[in-house]
Design a protein around this ligand. Structure first.
Ligand code: HGY
Ligand code: MN
Ligand code: MN
Ligand code: MN
Length: 428
């Protein structure tokens, strides 16, 4: 049948570059930041419009669409053996403040285009193929990363936490999701959980968000593992006071406690001696944030990761010890130290790695195995399905900033490898 010769005649795989470029540019317009930056935050009106745009593309691709209680969107192409577990692919379209237009988007638009490529080639899937657009991979609004895929992978702790979670404007997760048309009354978050074995494989196409592929002139990255991320929220409280009238010996400055902890994060990360340990303090808020008022409160948000989970956990522990020591030394109160997530790394599945290597070979594309230092929805899908990731090069490895860029050719290469990999996995 047609499915057979696709695996031999890869020349039948043609990507519609032009419409893909148009889609990337049109999707980037759904943004709360001026071009070329993109800001697209969960359940905002820009997010809702972008969701509508994606669902329309899924419909045009002939996919049957469903959405779950939190807005994970699924577009399915039925195989001729629907009783078998399907093969899924997808990514996210939410974008952190002032970022770019390729992170996540390449794996959603590219997945839909991969389906179109296979349909145009006459391929007939045995196992159904399903495109997934995950709700909110970024932690921007509610502070938790990979909210949609985390719930799909099953997290009772998160299902409970989301009953109380509010954003920085005090809007609850439940109200925000309802405003976007989700979480109807009878819905409950446990309905998002995927039954184990629902998918025989999950593959995500994503820009590398690092410089290796471009620097080495390699077209395709085949991910073997995804690094282990952790995030921490810390709050200090002091007496504050008048910046002129309170003399230095009488101060307990919450702002300086935050500054000292930020430097301690860097120190603890560097002292592991491994280049694979990273740490960032991306948020420092001071209250009352007035030049002539001693900060009475400070709030930090810390992101630390490593490919070695134990080493990452030891850094988290040292950060906690430093927070306690700094509070004591500066007579401020450590009013909060919350480990928001402390996730294990994920390993890609050998069979899927082999399929991606074979697809790259057949397409005559240079490729290499590598780890992902960024996290992805795949980190959580690996808990409920064999997982694989395909990376394409991006300009200087730039990401999470508006200079993020991937060429039409590299995107097309990624989509062809994805299409061929999906075809292979569908026929298993
Ligand atoms: O932060 C990350 O690793 C992801 O790109 N959100
Ligand atoms: Mn990202
Ligand atoms: Mn991403
Ligand atoms: Mn990511």
């Amino acid at each position: 049948p047609a499915s057979f010769d696709i695996l031999t005649s890869v020349s039948s795989l043609s990507v519609d570059d032009r419409s893909l470029q148009t889609q990337i540019d049109e999707l980037a317009l759904f943004s709360d930041a001026p071009a070329p930056s993109v800001t697209r935050v969960l359940y905002t009106d820009k997010d809702v419009s972008a969701r509508r745009y994606i669902k329309n593309l899924m419909k045009l691709a002939g996919l049957s669409i469903r959405e779950d209680a939190v807005g994970n969107i699924f577009g399915q192409w039925d195989g001729h053996e629907t009783q078998l577990a399907g093969v899924a692919t997808g990514s996210h379209i939410d974008a952190i403040p002032y970022s770019g237009k390729f992170d996540g988007v390449v794996g959603v638009l590219g997945a839909i285009e991969a389906i179109n490529v296979l349909k145009r080639s006459g391929f007939k899937p045995k196992r159904s193929l399903e495109v997934v657009m995950f709700t909110s991979e970024e932690p921007t609004r509610f502070g938790i990363s990979c909210l949609g895929s985390r719930l799909m992978a099953g997290s009772e702790a998160l299902e409970k936490a989301l009953q109380q979670t509010v954003d920085s404007q005090n809007v609850s997760f439940l109200d925000a999701s309802r405003s976007a048309g989700y979480m109807r009354d009878h819905d409950d978050l446990s309905s998002v959980r995927m039954k184990k074995g629902s998918y025989s494989a999950f593959v995500e196409l994503h820009i590398e968000q690092g410089p290796i592929l471009e620097a080495e002139g390699v077209s395709i990255g085949i991910v073997t593992a995804i690094a282990a991320p952790a995030s921490i929220k810390v709050d200090f409280e002091g007496n504050g006071g008048h910046a002129g009238a309170v003399l230095m010996p009488y101060r307990n400055d919450a702002g300086l406690a935050a500054a000292e902890l930020a430097l301690a994060v860097e120190e603890h990360v560097l002292e592991t001696g491994s280049i694979d340990t990273v740490g960032t303090v991306g948020v420092i808020d001071l209250h009352p944030r007035a030049i002539n008022s001693i900060p009475s409160k400070s709030h930090l948000e810390i992101d630390t990761r490593d490919i070695d989970e134990m080493r990452r956990n030891s850094v988290v522990e040292k950060i906690h010890q430093s927070a306690v020591a700094i509070a004591k030394k500066r007579s401020v109160i450590l009013s909060g130290f919350e480990i928001v997530n402390q996730d294990p790394p994920a390993l890609a599945d050998e069979t899927i790695i082999r399929a991606m290597e074979a697809a790259s070979q057949q397409l005559n594309l240079t490729h290499r195995l590598m780890i992902s230092r960024a996290y992805h929805d795949s980190l959580f899908m690996a808990r409920v399905s064999p997982m694989g990731m395909i990376f394409i090069p991006c300009y200087k490895g730039y990401s999470h900033k508006p200079e993020e860029y991937a060429s039409a050719e590299d995107i097309a290469n990624g989509i062809k490898v994805l299409a061929l990999t999906l075809a292979k996995l569908s026929l298993y």
